[in-house]
Design a protein around this ligand. Sequence first.
Ligand SMILES: C[S@@+](CC[C@H](N)C(=O)[O-])C[C@H]1O[C@@H](n2cnc3c(N)ncnc32)[C@H](O)[C@@H]1O
Length: 271
Amino acid sequence: MLDWMKDALHAQETGGLSWHASAWMAKRRWESTQKSIDSFLMDQTMEQTELLLIGGSAGWMMSGSWLAKFKSIRVIDIDPLASLFFYLNHGKTLKKSGTAWRFERRDGLRELTLLVKESPHSFIWFDNVLGQQCFKLKDEDLVLRQLKHIKEILKYRHWGSIHDWLSGPVDLVIPDSELPEIFRDQRHSIAFASNESLASNGENTLVVNNKSMDFDVGTQMLLSQVNARGEWQDHLSAEVFPTSQTCQLIPWFFKPNYCHFLLASFIKPSP
Ligand SMILES: C[S@@+](CC[C@H](N)C(=O)[O-])C[C@H]1O[C@@H](n2cnc3c(N)ncnc32)[C@H](O)[C@@H]1O
């Protein structure tokens, strides 16, 4: 019962009531990010009609039209209140599309191997959950190992994820509603410490998790465009996708002066 209450309140520092309240209050500010996610998801073609949705929560940032494409959805989340809010946000749309959905309160990462075996025909989508494991596990090595291992577990499956990569304070000079335009169609391969990095000239170095970090030119430009300031946080999720995987970089103005860089990609099964 105590665990239930704690997970309902803050889901091991990754969500819970505090997440639902923030999402509800920030609905307007998050709208442009939500639209970018929506078009990213809707652009993909997939043959699966079943979805295994890990960290679905209430689907505050999720595209209802994308969810409605599936015949059935299994929502996995540790937050016991997620199903109520998911129903409030998407119940009507899913009823209309005839999509059956059910919620299971389970740890989608600890039980990943089992979950994917139980759903052999599903497309697997991690919805803004992998970048939160640094708060849940509080052990950098463990998080890195766990996140790196996902691509091995899912090697022969069609899967994808959107997750926090970096986040930190910004000092915007143009309205945040205009920024998604700048980021639109930014296809980006993760390339840390690239030789081309602007950060190496010393002027644009960004402090991330207490260390100076170099970025490839594309990321550095985006960091300049949002006027990144102060110390940023690394969500330890840079190695989730296979090396040199092309990702979509999506800005998310979590708060007016605090921006998250989300990475999103779809991974095809290995032949
Ligand atoms: C930032 S919220 C995601 C929000 C959701 N995708 C949305 O649009 O509302 C992160 C969610 O992941 C859940 N979560 C965190 N770690 C998890 C895990 N290991 N297994 C399942 N759910 C997890 C939290 O309970 C929370 O609901």
